[in-house]
Design a protein around this ligand. Structure first.
Ligand code: MRU
Length: 351
């Protein structure tokens, strides 16, 4: 039985703490949708590897992983008799496993001050991180749906989304995909174009799977089709997630998001960024200095495990891009909506 997909509410929860084995269990997103397999992380190295390989991924899900990762490090420290320094290093290795999504470090930092209070205190804080993320996702989805229907009229809409921003990328429910799910629940979705999201296919594998499970009509398209689909007037709005949102609304998200934003601006349709407030990083005035993760060249030069480019080490593979605030029609968090393209900062979207 899968702990991540077989819960009592039927919701996918891609990261859970398994009290019976004192481990972090994650749904293996490299195998979906063909195989639904949980990975049990009983030590920090296994968890860091899972984060690096995108077994678990998506900014808010990484936040939850970071929080439970601290508990896991404490369990391992106890089992293996670690010194305080070894425990500190292990927690840091979780915190630094990927650089762009602020949520990973944020999740670690939420619970780390409680380490001295013991495992129960850390676990209950980590449970709170997960519960509050779900609540934030559901609230921001309502705000986003309200804003779009007010802007575009109360009618059935055609959406475009990039990467995966659903339950799989969060504690559960979703952000960009959460808005689409909320609109679908109100019978206001006609069709969703899901960008396949090269090179790891978070769109065609994960978003398509979630849309299908939720009974939402969709078409998968290659990333290169997005601008043309928008320019042809086939899309009413685009909704994406975020890995880090700067004070002015500049947004780091999956590579290819910038192209979608440029096409939306040219077509005059809303480009909406949806995220819990934990993704907003007011310490960055703009997105200029956000670190962009560079991933292995082989993710680009190989296809389904087979080399297709003439040389395996010749590829530029940034995992994220930064969309400037002037192209962001709306940033939506659980606290409401700001319109960066109209000069509004996102300051009031964090508690
Ligand atoms: O490399 P990934 O799959 O972790 O990238 C994920 C994204 O870019 C998502 O859009 C973002 O984290 C928001 S998830 C709600």
């Amino acid at each position: 039985m899968s702990l991540t997909t077989g819960g009592p509410t039927g919701d996918i929860r891609p990261v859970v703490w398994d009290a019976a084995t004192q481990s972090v269990v994650v749904l293996d997103q490299t195998l979906l949708p063909l195989q639904v397999v949980d990975v049990q992380c009983s030590d920090v190295a296994t968890l860091v590897d899972a984060i690096s390989r995108l077994v678990v991924r998506g900014a808010p899900a990484l936040g939850v992983t970071g929080a439970y990762g601290v508990a896991l490090a404490m369990v391992q420290a106890q089992r293996e008799g670690w010194s305080t320094q070894v425990l500190t290093d292990a927690i840091d290795s979780v915190r630094n496993a990927r650089p762009t999504a602020v949520n990973l470090a944020w999740g670690v930092d939420q619970v780390r001050p409680l380490v001295e209070d013991g495992l129960a205190a850390v676990l209950s804080a980590a449970d709170r991180v997960a519960a509050e993320d779900e609540q934030a996702n559901r609230e921001l989805s309502r705000h986003g749906a309200d804003w779009l229907l007010e802007k575009l009229g109360d009618r059935r809409l055609r959406a475009l989304t990039h990467c995966n921003t659903g339950s799989l990328a969060t504690s559960t429910w979703g952000t960009g995909l959460g808005i689409i799910r909320e609109l679908h629940a109100r019978d206001r979705i006609e069709l969703v174009y899901a960008d396949e999201t090269r090179p790891l296919l978070q769109g065609s594998r994960l978003t398509a799977w979630e849309l299908k499970e939720n009974g939402i009509p969709y078409l998968v398209q290659v990333d290169g089709a997005a601008a043309s689909t928008i320019a042809r007037g086939l899309v009413d709005f685009a909704a994406i997630g975020a890995d880090r949102i700067a004070f002015n609304g500049d947004t780091a998200n999956k590579i290819g998001s910038l192209g979608v934003a440029l096409a939306c601006a040219d077509a005059g349709i809303p480009f909406v960024v949806a995220a819990p407030s934990s993704t907003v990083d007011l310490s960055y005035p703009t997105g200029e200095n956000i670190e962009i993760e560079l991933r292995p060249a082989t993710e680009v030069t190989e296809y389904a495990g087979h080399q297709v480019a003439p040389e395996s080490d010749r590829a530029f593979n940034p995992a994220f891009d930064v969309t400037p605030a002037r192209l962001v029609s709306a940033v939506v968090t659980e606290l409401g909506v700001a319109q960066p393209s109209q000069g509004e900062s996102v300051e009031r979207l964090v508690p």
